[in-house]
Design a protein around this ligand. Structure first.
Ligand code: F6P
Length: 333
């Protein structure tokens, strides 16, 4: 999948810009580097915009050459910094942003981020005609239209290494652990890290956990000879659900320990998979812009690159395949 494909140049570009927005995700740097280096190869100058849309509104941008992106491939976070920018919800600010880009001679913008960031990109092009192209960059993997997102694989692996360690302690002390992972409302990290980490149970974010049912299940597995258990809880949209669940279980006589992995899942070096995905999508982003595409997000479906119209990406929910949770249910028995 990762081989570059030829493009017919339709749009003569001299200068584009790139920004990262929303929660940082491992692999964003690899994507920035690929945009810049492909720009260099194609004779297109690339400006880096700092702090996402906030930096765009403040005209905080700088030219990036090949040397400027050396040695960032393996680093977590984003060298361009990121932000969640409330001001960009205002159409007047989006007009200001487009004016600023045009004033700087920028002809197209690459946005690397999650659903909120891609929504901002869509509105920018719809309202001002300024060409944008999005790349899915989020640990949550919740972006409609792409099977994968930059940062997801790294976050799963970070969660896994924590789970493996917690498992050692859980089995040494015959304990029950509730481990909470990020992922907003979709539960991709919980499902993948739960299956790969052999969790006894995975609590998906869509449903309120049922302490009584969980208690009965844990007792059943104790009776079947299990001395320790690890329950993976997806964070969901209600903060504090894991602590609440722990209190409920305590009232029933259990002694769960809670471990919230939180932002540890966002940082750290990207996995090889994320570096590859980000390098490929970042490079293809420039080529798609040169081919005249815009208002699309590049992603992958069934191991093939897709350019999905941003109008189809935003405001849609990506759901975890129920078969994945079924797999988990069979394997934890
Ligand atoms: O979208 C990435 C993510 O890490 C989610 O998993 C999490 O719910 C959220 O961002 C946390 O956001 P913040 O870092 O702004 O608290």
């Amino acid at each position: 999948m990762y081989g570059l494909t030829p493009i017919a140049r339709q749009r003569p570009l001299q200068r584009i810009a790139v920004l990262t927005s929303g929660g940082d995700a491992p692999g964003m740097n690899a994507a920035i580097r690929a945009v810049v280096r492909t720009g260099c190869a194609e004779g297109v100058e690339v400006l880096g915009i700092r702090r996402g849309y906030s930096g765009l509104l403040a005209a905080d941008m700088t030219p990036l050459d090949s040397a400027a992106v050396a040695n960032i491939l393996q680093r977590g976070g984003t060298v361009l910094k990121s932000d969640r920018c409330e001001a960009f919800h205002d159409p007047a600010n989006r007009r200001k942003a487009a004016d600023e880009l045009r004033q700087q001679g920028v002809e197209a913008l690459v946005v690397i981020g999650g659903e909120g960031s891609l929504t901002g990109a869509l509105h920018l092009e719809q309202e001002t005609g300024f060409p944008v192209l999005g790349l899915p960059g989020t640990i949550d993997n919740d972006i409609y239209g792409s099977d994968d997102s930059i940062g997801f694989d790294s976050a799963v692996n970070t969660a896994l290494s924590a789970i493996d360690r917690i498992r050692d302690t859980a089995s040494s002390h015959d304990r029950l652990f509730l481990v909470e992972v990020m992922g907003r409302n979709t539960g991709f990290i919980a499902a993948y890290a739960g299956i790969a980490g052999g969790a006894e149970l995975i609590l998906a974010p869509q449903r309120e956990p049922d302490p009584e049912a969980l208690y009965r299940q844990l007792l059943k597995s104790q009776q079947a000879g299990k001395t320790s258990s690890l329950v993976l809880v997806a964070e969901g949209s209600k903060p504090g659900r894991t602590q609440w669940l722990a209190q409920e279980l305590e009232q029933k006589g259990l002694e769960p320990r809670v471990c919230i992995l939180g932002h540890t899942q966002r940082g750290g070096a990207p996995t090889g998979h994320d570096r590859m995905l980000a390098s490929y999508l970042g490079s293809m982003a420039v080529r798609h812009l040169l081919a005249g595409d815009s208002q699309v997000m590049l992603g992958v479906r069934n191991n093939t690159r897709v350019a999905v119209p941003l109008t189809r990406v935003v405001n849609r929910r990506k759901h975890l395949d129920p078969g994945v949770l079924e797999l988990a249910a069979i394997l934890h028995e």
